[in-house]
Write a protein that binds this ligand. Structure first.
Ligand code: FE
Ligand code: FE
Ligand code: ZN
Length: 278
């Protein structure tokens, strides 16, 4: 059974997102914890969070994904920027306890010329100051396209971060199809090979979620521009093999394509059909 949803707006609160997901036959979804460019989070309503948890349980949702603002950079060369990332992540993780046991996904960051090793060290340092033994949320590192000085374009970099995190049992990985394809992992012609490499370097048990996006750019372009499913360089057939792959069974699949709600509903239908095919 494929668990799939899409990115939703959190402006109307948690329960509203759950209902919106149900309306498009989704059984998971993703939302930003606050304005994607950062800024203060909205006051959290515990009753609203509890109502979403009840809806998710009733409708057997897979875990949902809270996405950190993408401007956070825990490996910036500026101490204030790193401090802001730390404070925001700590606050987000505390708030996530209102939705126990879900995922919190973030972009590892850009080392801005300090080098990959330094970047990895700073990211791990932020996580070690942020993760708490008592938290129920699993924190996911997202695979990146390797644009500019981005960390996370190579599976080895994610492995190195995980190796340096003390509470690494609370960590996992979210694989973004557009990002890995742009980074040079050929999920179109060799999905098995890419997953075997992921398993060897990171471990498939770490893989918790999949961002399902086609790419506007060719293989290995290091660009990161998402396209609607089937309209980009990855193509519908490759997504069919992805949603049917036994190693990915049960994960939270989430669309981040340039779609409105009706467009997402169609993509969810398409991927559910592909998952049942063969
Ligand atoms: Fe992301
Ligand atoms: Fe993504
Ligand atoms: Zn992206």
């Amino acid at each position: 059974m494929l668990h799939i949803g899409c990115h939703l707006s959190s402006v109307n609160g948690f329960l509203a997102m759950g209902k919106e997901a149900l309306g498009i036959q989704a059984d998971t979804f993703q939302f930003f914890t606050r304005n994607p460019r950062g800024g203060k989070a909205k006051e959290l309503d515990p009753a609203d969070a509890a109502a979403l948890m009840a809806l998710m349980e009733e409708h057997r949702f897979a875990k949902v994904i809270a996405h950190a603002p993408y401007t956070l950079n825990p490996c910036s060369d500026k101490p204030q920027t790193r401090e802001f990332a730390l404070m925001t992540m700590a606050d987000d993780l505390q708030r996530m306890e209102a939705l126990p046991g879900q995922y919190y996904n973030f972009h590892p960051g850009s080392h801005v010329g300090q080098g990959t090793e330094k970047g990895i060290e700073l990211i791990a340092e932020t996580l070690n100051k942020t993760l708490k033994p008592s938290q129920t949320t699993t924190v996911l590192l997202e695979t990146m396209a390797g644009k500019g000085s981005e960390i996370g374009g190579r599976f080895e970099e994610l492995r190195e971060i995980l190796d340096r995190v003390e509470l690494s049992d609370q960590m996992g990985v979210c694989l973004d199809t557009c990002h890995v394809y742009d980074a040079g992992y050929d999920i179109v012609n060799d999905l098995d090979g890419v997953l075997a490499e992921f398993d060897r370097i990171v471990g498939l048990s770490r893989l918790k979620a999949i961002h399902v996006n086609d790419s506007k750019n060719p293989f290995y372009s290091h660009k990161d521009r998402h396209e609607k499913i089937g309209l980009g360089s990855i193509g519908t057939e490759a997504f069919g093999r992805l949603v049917r792959h036994p190693a990915l069974k049960g994960l939270s699949f989430c669309l981040e394509t340039p779609c409105d709600l009706a467009g997402y509903a169609e993509e969810i239908q398409l991927l559910r059909r592909l998952a049942e095919a063969e």
